[in-house]
Design a protein around this ligand. Structure first.
Ligand SMILES: [Zn+2]
Length: 416
């Protein structure tokens, strides 16, 4: 893609109304634009990062046998009344609810359990066509009084939510743990290696225990307790021990840390099915309520989390798997025509290249490259051309490598 045609607008200075690192760096790098607190536009660079994350999540959701759909965001009151959640004071705190001019009541989606169940109940359900597993990527709305953390806490944000319906608790349990493993693969693939699976209380959603996926981070607003030896971890709502106490599972030492929640998984049992009068036929032909599970990943939040983790004083340092591009190609001095030729040959091979074709000073172009944080910067200049070469530098490293022009494609292909 050509820089000059891609609506990339970087800024030298921090935006005055943002305190969160993720918002400051993403706005300066031209990834997002702020509409109001907790509400951002994804610009072309930011949307490419989002789409790379989305594709990783999609691959892992398909791998556990779930199908992708898209559910509406505008919900009629009646379906939410069936579970009693429309009038629940905790729900009213976070759900945008309003009347249209013709006095009909609607809410904006903050989750989709009722809508998923409404979709599946229109089909005859039997033990033969369960489980059902469907997911979507879609916008969620949440009336958020503390929207000051950039993409970490939005009034409007994108989630991946998966819903599953099962004939037995055992089958729900089995799938629940499969999704847990799939989530850990997602976080590993986007570059987050230290995500903990934390036992949590269900809050407004369910009376049983749930699990949160928490990334240990100094900017996190959650607190978790975890063992320094095994995978035992709990959040502060259910933790009753003290720091330094022995881990109840292995005897190791319990530590405390602040963390950011990046995902969560719930087992609702039959509560919602019963409230909505949904049954399936078991193998004896009897009607039974099916078991519901629900599994979320904060997708736009993940972009913010990655920005918090992968940066230095010069800007972003994206992991290869989610970087907006793999290669940032630029030219210095009179080497534009040669660089343009190189761009065309790389583009023909479908390489993931941002071509900075702007007539700007070296200082501007190199500091923009650092701000945007693409993993590999390729410079074509009179000096490198004199050696039939380009200069390659990895973002965040001081090492510069000269690579011959005719060897560049194969050099770059090894990165993909
Ligand atoms: Zn332990």
């Amino acid at each position: 893609m050509r820089y000059s045609q891609s609506f990339i607008n970087t800024r030298r200075d921090d935006p005055k109304d943002e305190t969160a690192t993720n918002a400051r760096l993403l706005i300066r790098g031209g990834f997002i634009d702020k509409l109001m607190a907790g509400s951002y536009t994804f610009l072309p660079l930011g949307w490419r990062v989002y789409q790379k994350i989305e594709q990783i999540v999609r691959e892992e959701m398909n791998a556990v046998g779930s199908g992708e759909i898209l559910m509406p965001l505008l919900h009629p009151r009646d379906v939410w009344n069936e579970t009693g959640r429309w009038a629940d004071p905790n729900v009213k705190q976070i759900m945008y609810q309003f009347k249209s001019v013709d006095e009909k009541e609607y809410g904006l989606s903050f989750t989709h359990e009722e809508i998923f169940l409404d979709v599946v109940r229109k089909n005859s359900l039997s033990y033969k066509n369960l489980p059902i597993k469907l997911y979507h990527f879609s916008t969620k709305f949440r009336n958020e009084p503390r929207a000051k953390s950039g993409l970490l806490r939005g009034r409007e944000f994108i989630m991946k939510d998966l819903y599953s319906l099962h004939a037995t608790q055992d089958d729900l349990d089995k799938f629940y743990w499969e999704v847990k493993d799939a989530y850990l693969r997602v976080f590993d693939r986007v570059g987050l290696k230290d995500v903990k699976v934390v036992e949590a209380s269900g809050g407004v959603f369910t009376s049983g225990h749930t699990h949160e996926f928490q990334l240990v981070s100094p900017v996190g607003e959650d607190n978790i307790y975890f063992c320094d030896k095994c995978d035992w971890a709990q959040n502060k709502e259910i933790y009753t021990h003290k720091i330094g106490e022995a881990c109840p599972k292995c005897g190791g030492q319990v530590e405390e840390a602040s963390s950011i929640e990046v995902g969560n998984i719930f087992r609702f049992g039959t509560v919602y099915s019963e409230k909505m009068g949904i049954n399936f036929k078991d193998s004896d032909g009897k009607d039974n309520p099916p078991y519901l599970g629900s599994y979320g990943i904060g997708m736009s939040r993940l972009v913010g989390v990655l920005a918090e983790v992968f940066n230095d004083e010069a800007g972003m340092k994206w992991p290869k798997s989610v970087a907006p591009f793999l290669i940032h190609l630029t030219f210095l001095g009179g080497a534009k025509d040669e660089a343009e030729k190189l761009y065309k040959s790389l583009a023909q091979k479908n390489m993931d290249v941002l071509w900075d074709d702007r007539e700007e000073s070296a200082g501007v172009k190199l500091s923009d490259a650092d701000l945007i944080g693409i993993p590999y910067r390729v410079i074509v200049s009179d000096k490198t051309l004199a050696k039939d070469s380009v200069e390659i530098k990895e973002r965040g490293s001081d090492k510069v490598e000269m690579v011959k022009l005719d060897e560049l494609s194969s050099w770059l292909e090894r990165l993909e």
